[in-house]
Write a protein that binds this ligand. Structure first.
Ligand code: APR
Ligand code: PHB
Length: 391
């Protein structure tokens, strides 16, 4: 098999890239280890920046998104039993964020790819990349017991944090930057209408909690838990009683409860690898960087990376120039590091740390007080949350 761009991984990064390349008239083959059902049902975050939404709509895969999404004009920060709204409309000149689950984005992209009759190889086994410094790098894998090889001009490593692309780069080339947090998020999906119109980020002495949603009927709720927590120690009753405690507020607000139909614990880390390219291979999304979910930046960063990558490939195939390809990593990392900074800051402000002492708690409360009372501080939060400019 031969193609122009070989894409490893059919997550948001790989599928958006394949879609953008197709619109530029560039051929690609996507190779993914999991099944269609698995990638279309995997529960992940669900908050899209305006730039991400615009890109999906402008490129023709936003039709269901526009019908089913929920548009949000602000968020609430809740602490000391009081809620404080951050008004995105007023602070960012009318920018918004959108609730639409990541696996719904995946379904729309898979449907578009299959409708166009373009190659998406699922359930590939033993995927590996070769010849990263040669004229014709390749992706090898096993399919139905047979060895296959896709030769290409370039490889896009979109295979997430645990993929094989990043580890295929020789030792000594990459520098890793990492921070692991001593906690994770226990996330649930519940058949209960959201308790508030907008997301509520709760700072509480028992730990952080987030109220978010998927639809007008389904709530998505998160609790900070120790990083090594066993999910079995969290029966439904305990989850609801902990959520009630951490979200309690003066006034007549009440937490809506309902049957829990999905439960998981995700670790939290900040991670960046530099550079995001080696020879003929370019990394994007979680393959190159991870953010803690507090800033809701993971999917949006993946989309921002592949938008830059697609532009670079488009320039190369149109003019033969490699200038944008050479600068791919540098261009992405400027934005990646700002999103890292924001995600780390939100995480540090809102969570209880093991080492917390009375000073740190007072400092966090002062920060929350400042961020909800100074227009300058609120603007800083708002402009990062809705997404910094792409260029
Ligand atoms: N070969 C082929 N595909 C692979 C391999 C491999 N060896 N290893 C992993 N994959 C696939 C995974 O099964 C997954 O479908 O690569 C895909 C990577 O997708 P994501 O992990 O979703 O990463 P990315 O596309 O960068 O999107 C980042 O996803 O993890 C969330 O919160 C994160 O929202 C962010 C977004
Ligand atoms: C989600 O809806 O899953 C979500 C929203 C905001 C976050 C994290 C997750 O910060």
């Amino acid at each position: 098999m031969r193609t122009q761009i070989g894409i490893v991984g059919a997550g948001p990064a790989g599928l958006v890239l394949a879609h953008l390349l197709h619109l530029h008239g560039i051929e690609s083959v996507v190779v993914e280890t999991r099944s269609r059902k698995y990638i279309e049902e995997r529960v992940r975050a669900g908050l899209l920046e305006q730039g991400t939404v615009n890109l999906l709509i402008e490129t023709g895969v936003g039709e269901r998104l526009q019908r089913e999404c929920l548009t949000h004009h602000g968020i609430e920060l809740r602490f000391n039993r009081r809620g404080h709204r951050i008004d995105f409309d007023a602070l960012t000149g009318g920018k918004t964020v959108t609730i639409y689950a990541q696996h719904e984005v995946i379904k729309d992209l898979v449907a578009a790819r299959l409708a166009a009759g373009l190659p998406l190889i699922l359930e590939a086994e033993n995927v590996s990349v070769h010849g990263l410094n040669s004229a014709s790098p390749s992706i090898r894998f096993r399919m139905a017991g047979e060895e296959q090889e896709v030769h290409c001009d370039y490889i896009a490593g979109c295979d997430g944090f645990h993929g094989i692309c990043r580890p295929s780069i020789p030792d000594g080339v990459l520098t890793e930057f990492e921070r692991v947090y001593p906690f994770g998020w226990l996330g649930i999906l519940a058949k209960a209408p959201p308790s508030s119109e907008e997301l509520v980020y709760n700072y509480h002495e028992r730990g952080f909690a987030l109220l978010t949603m998927r639809t007008r009927e389904i709530s998505r709720l998160y609790l900070q838990v120790p990083h090594d927590e066993d999910i079995n120690s969290w029966p439904d009753d305990r989850i609801w009683s902990e959520l009630r405690l951490r979200t309690a507020v003066d006034g007549d607000w009440k937490l809506n409860e309902g049957p829990i139909f999905q439960k998981n614990i995700a670790p939290m880390r900040s991670y960046v690898v530099e550079p995001m390219q080696y020879g003929k291979m370019f990394l994007a999304g979680d393959a190159a960087h991870i953010v803690p979910p507090t800033g809701a930046k993971g999917l949006n960063l993946a989309v921002a990376d592949v938008r830059i990558m697609a532009q670079a490939f488009a320039e190369f195939y149109a003019t033969g120039k490699t200038h944008l390809l050479e600068n791919y990593s540098q261009k992405c990392l400027r934005r990646v590091w700002k999103a890292q900074r924001f995600s780390w800051w939100m995480t540090s402000m809102l969570h209880r740390f093991d080492t917390d002492n009375a000073f740190d708690q007072r400092r966090q409360l002062a920060e929350l007080d400042y961020v909800t009372s100074s227009r300058a501080a609120m603007t800083t939060l708002a402009e990062n949350y809705v997404g910094l400019p792409w260029d």
